[in-house]
Design a protein around this ligand. Structure first.
Ligand code: URA
Length: 232
């Protein structure tokens, strides 16, 4: 059971004080009965809450996909730089959202933003084996030695990487699959072969791939099926 004012505030963006006024002005009903107090307890799985006759669609958590452009940092706040949260539509601004995992400032592509800590942990934990797929362009020709090195597990200064996939798709381009997410991981892995990453785009998480119609900078909610395809 949760407090009515908290539920309405979380779903609508009204402050608790505003919800109190809504209740006072007889604009809130629970199960077709006008309520007189804003701190009553409600069961969001059963109770029907109406504000001005409109049902509050209670979502415990929100899951958003963002096609991240360059120039944004994967953080909730930053003193100097724009964060990915600035690209989240206003209707979600009252939620405690955070990016699940990091993409470098100059990396583009699929990013999941949520307020569900457990879900975020599950997709990030190397133990859960959720694959992340990236399109990459480097400054020297791709080699079979890189493919073998990636599959055997590159040794980095902070420890050995798990085996990763590299599929060569062009002279300078490839598709990388990772099951973990270390700091600058792909850049450092190619660095071991004297290569510099010039473009990096995340295109998939689990079996979910960046939709063609999600423009750079666009952010929208996952539907249930899409979300399931991440974890499998
Ligand atoms: N690896 C990197 O080097 N950078 C990213 O943003 C993601 C993976």
């Amino acid at each position: 059971m949760e407090r009515l004012d908290k539920v309405i505030s979380n779903q609508t963006g009204y402050s608790r004080k505003e919800v109190k006024d809504l209740v006072k002005n007889k604009r809130v009903m629970v199960n077709n009965i006008l309520v007189s107090k804003s701190d009553i307890k409600v069961d969001v799985s059963k109770d029907i809450i109406l504000v001005d006759g409109e049902e509050i669609n209670v979502k415990k958590y929100v899951y958003l996909m963002l096609n991240k452009p360059k120039g944004y940092v994967s953080a909730t706040e930053d003193r100097d730089m724009a964060t990915v949260l600035e690209l989240v539509p206003m209707e979600f601004s009252h939620r405690d959202l955070f990016p699940a995992g990091r993409l470098d400032r100059d990396t583009t592509g699929l990013m999941l933003i949520t307020d569900d800590g457990e879900f975020a942990h599950n997709i990030l934990s190397p133990k859960k084996h959720v694959k992340k797929t990236y399109n990459v362009t480097i400054d020297i020709p791709m080699t079979e030695e890189m493919v073998t090195g990636f599959s055997e597990g590159i040794k980095l200064i902070d420890g050995d990487c798990k085996p990763a996939g590299l599929e060569i798709t062009g002279e300078y381009t490839g598709i990388v699959t990772l099951f973990e997410g270390r700091y600058h991981q792909i850049k450092r892995m190619f660095g071991c072969f004297g290569a510099k990453v010039v473009e990096l785009q995340r295109i998939g998480m689990g079996d979910f791939f960046l939709p063609d119609d999600l423009e750079l900078g666009e952010c929208r909610e996952f539907n249930e099926e899409e979300l399931k395809s991440i974890i499998g």
